[in-house]
Ligand binder design. Structure first.
Ligand code: MG
Ligand code: MG
Length: 309
C-alpha cells in the first residue's frame, strides 16, 4: 500500500459518560506500541501529544441529566479544529478518549472534505448508534450523541455550528446490538446503512462492508472510520465501560480492517472508548493496535496474484 503520514492525536476525553478511565486511553495506545506498529509498516508517524478542551461557557442543558455539557462542547471545538489542521498534512488517528470525541473529529473531517470538494462518508463500528441528542438521552451521557450532532439533529444549541453536516445516506454502522427507542425513531425511517449483529451472522461481515466501500469509491469520497472498543466482543476486548455481549470476533475485526486497507479509502480514524482501568494486562489496547496495523497494511501473508501452469 502507499506510504502514509500518520498523525497521532491524543484526545483524553473522559466527559462523555460518568464512568472514568478513558483519559488514560492515549497513553495505553502509546504503551501498546501504536506508533511503532505503524512505522514498522513503512509509514511515517508523528505523535503531537495530548490536546485539551477549550474553556467555554454554556447555558445549562434543557435535559437535567446531561453530564458535563461545557467540557463536551469544549472538546468538540478543540477536535474540530485539530482534525481540519491535521487532515491537510496526513492521516489523523485520534487516540481516545470516549466516543464523545467523534462530535469534533467527524465534524472536522466533514469540513475538510467539503474544503476538498469531496463527498464525505463515515464507517461507524460500534455496538451503539450514538444517535441521541442532549434532549433524548436518558443517561445524560453525551458519548451517545456524536452521530446526532454531526448529522444536524436539533438539540445541540450549545455546540459549535456545523461547518458541514454529514449526509445520513453516507453513513454505515456495523456491529449494532444496543439501540435505544429514541434512536430507532430516527434510524428506522432514515437512510443510514445499518448492519446489526444478526445481519453479520446471516451474511458475514464482508458483503455489507464491500457494498458500502463500493459506494465510497464510486463517489470518490473521503472515509472516516470510528472504531469503538465495544464493536468487539467483550471476551476479546474487555476494556470498555459499555460492554454488550455478542460482538464482533477478532477475525471479523481484522477482516474489516484488511478490507479497508485494500480499499485505500480511509482518510482518518478514531480509536475510542478504551478504558485501561478495565483492561486485562493490556489485552484490549494490544488488539486495538493490531487492528490499526491491519488497517494500515499489515498482513499475515501477501497475496500476490499467482498464475498456475
Ligand atoms: Mg460509541
Ligand atoms: Mg458503543
Amino acid at each position: 500500500m502507499t506510504q502514509k503520514h500518520c498523525i497521532l492525536i491524543g484526545a483524553p476525553v473522559d466527559c462523555g459518560k460518568r464512568r472514568r478511565g478513558c483519559l488514560m486511553g492515549p497513553d495505553a495506545f502509546r504503551t501498546a506500541g501504536l506508533s511503532e506498529a505503524i512505522s514498522d509498516l513503512g509509514h511515517t508517524v508523528e505523535d503531537i501529544g495530548n490536546l485539551s478542551p477549550k474553556t467555554v461557557n454554556v447555558s445549562p442543558a434543557n435535559n437535567p441529566v446531561v453530564h458535563a455539557l461545557a467540557e463536551n462542547v469544549g472538546w468538540t471545538q478543540t477536535l474540530m479544529e485539530a482534525a481540519q489542521e491535521a487532515a491537510t498534512k496526513g492521516m489523523p488517528i485520534f487516540m481516545g478518549g470516549d466516543h464523545a470525541l467523534a462530535a469534533g473529529t467527524v465534524a472536522g473531517m466533514a469540513a475538510h472534505a467539503r474544503a476538498q470538494n469531496r463527498p464525505f462518508f463515515v464507517l461507524w463500528l460500534d455496538a451503539h448508534s450514538d444517535m441521541h441528542t442532549p434532549d433524548t438521552t436518558d443517561s445524560g451521557n453525551l458519548h451517545g450523541t456524536p452521530m446526532g450532532y454531526v448529522t444536524g439533529r436539533t438539540g445541540f444549541d450549545a455546540y459549535p455550528a456545523l461547518p458541514a453536516k454529514v449526509d445520513t445516506g453516507n453513513i454505515c454502522m456495523i456491529g449494532l446490538r444496543s439501540v435505544d427507542e429514541a434512536e430507532h425513531a430516527v434510524l428506522d425511517d432514515g437512510d443510514v446503512t445499518l448492519v446489526d449483529m444478526r445481519m453479520i451472522d446471516e451474511q458475514g461481515i464482508s458483503a455489507p462492508l464491500a457494498a458500502f466501500l463500493d459506494r465510497v469509491t464510486a463517489a470518490n469520497g473521503l472515509l472516516h472510520v470510528s472504531l469503538d472498543v465495544d464493536f468487539l466482543d467483550p471476551d476479546v476486548a474487555p476494556a470498555v465501560g459499555t460492554t454488550v455481549p455478542g460482538g464482533a470476533t477478532v477475525r471479523e475485526g481484522h477482516l474489516v480492517m484488511e478490507m479497508l486497507s485494500d480499499s485505500g479509502l480511509v482518510s482518518s480514524l478514531d480509536l475510542v472508548e478504551l478504558n485501561p482501568f478495565l483492561d486485562d494486562r493490556g489485552k484490549t489496547a494490544n488488539l486495538m493496535v493490531d487492528l490499526t496495523a491491519s488497517l494500515l497494511g499489515r498482513r499475515v501473508f501477501d497475496r500476490p496474484n499467482r498464475s498456475f501452469p
